[in-house]
Write a protein that binds this ligand. Structure first.
Ligand code: SF4
Ligand code: SF4
Length: 327
């Protein structure tokens, strides 16, 4: 089981304060892979979403595979390659092959030196992941303050798992509040209670993902059991410091049976959750798996129809819970 980041033991924080070679320090900075402005699916109103890089879960349906590893990586889009050969000249590891104009990267030889990225003018090899300070991230978020105010929006920390970089997440949320920005945290809840508890007072809304109510099934889909996740959810709701909305990704042949949704609804009713969103599985992240040299785990799965999502919504609604399809 992956080790939990805790307030006193920043295991992953230690990893991400180094480069991929493990030698450089990036003190105080966080590792992110994207800042998305004008986001409308990550909390109320118009938001800026900060996507953290690094996650302790391995959900088979993850639409952001570049978010998983807690270090910068290369993404290779061979169709953009014009065959100039410049990357071959700088790759001391011999990881790059150009066979009859086809670009191939042997990732077992690649040491992530990133030299190829800087010579590739075609954009066929790119970096995903960069270290940013709290100050520069807040500066970026501040550009849309007017939109947040007019729409009831704000800043959302997402990923990846923001709580996997607890210090940076906490400092970023604090800085948002100091600037008067509304905050949301999109989390799997897979963190120590200390970590979750430490961010609650700076978080207006938690978007709390529940994948499966059965712990063994949770493990089979994500690589971790759900005991800590459900316990943290109970405690976060009881703490009453942040609002808590549940998000359930609806995955075919995994958690989309009537029986499972009924069981989930009963458990969430007992916990007195405020709102549930059912988010249908989609394949939008599939091309990114290829760019990272990974196989797509759910190849052949068919996204649920709107009608099916509405049937499942009705089951939850029958327990008198507020539920939406989509955000
Ligand atoms: S990042 Fe990898 S493929 Fe690119 S030059 Fe360095 S070792 Fe070669
Ligand atoms: S530098 Fe870029 S365009 Fe040139 S061969 Fe390498 S990947 Fe292709």
């Amino acid at each position: 089981m992956p080790e939990l980041p805790s307030a006193s033991n920043f295991l992953i924080e230690k990893d991400m304060t180094r480069s991929h070679t493990g030698k450089e320090k990036n003190g105080g900075k966080g590792l992110i892979f994207s800042i998305q402005r004008y986001s409308i699916h990550d909390g109320p109103g118009i938001r800026t979403t900060i996507f953290f890089k690094g996650c302790p879960l391995r959900c088979k349906w993850c639409s952001n595979p570049e978010s998983l590893n807690p270090y910068p990586e290369i993404m290779v889009r061979a169709t953009r390659c014009d065959g100039c050969g410049k990357c071959l000249e700088v790759c001391a590891s011999g990881a790059i092959l150009l066979e009859r104009g086809n670009l191939l990267v042997d990732r077992s030889r690649c040491d992530l030196c990133m030299k190829c990225v800087y010579v590739c003018l075609a954009g066929a090899i790119e970096i995903t992941g960069r270290y940013v300070s709290v100050e520069e991230t807040i500066e970026e978020c501040g550009k849309d303050e007017l939109f947040y105010r007019n729409s009831g929006g704000g800043v959302t920390l997402s990923g990846g798992e923001p709580l996997h970089q607890p210090e940076f997440a906490l400092n970023l949320l604090k800085a948002c509040k100091e600037r008067g920005l509304s905050t949301a945290l999109d989390t799997s809840g897979y963190a120590s209670w200390d970590v979750l508890d430490s961010v609650l007072q700076y978080t207006d809304l938690i978007l709390y993902d529940i994948k499966h109510i059965d712990s063994e099934m949770h493990y089979s889909g994500t690589g971790v059991k759900n005991d800590i996740i459900l316990e943290n959810l109970r405690r976060a709701i009881d703490a009453k410091r942040a609002r808590v909305w549940i998000r359930v990704p609806v995955i075919p042949d995994y958690n989309d049976s009537e029986q499972h949704i009924e069981r989930l609804a009963i458990a969430l009713t007992e916990m007195q959750v405020e709102k549930i969103s059912l988010l249908g599985y989609h394949e939008w992240g599939k091309p990114k798996y290829g760019a990272l040299g990974k196989d797509y785990p759910l190849d052949g799965s068919v996204p649920p129809s709107q009608e099916r999502l509405e049937q499942l919504r009705d089951i939850i609604q029958s327990k008198e819970l507020e539920v939406t399809v989509g955000y």
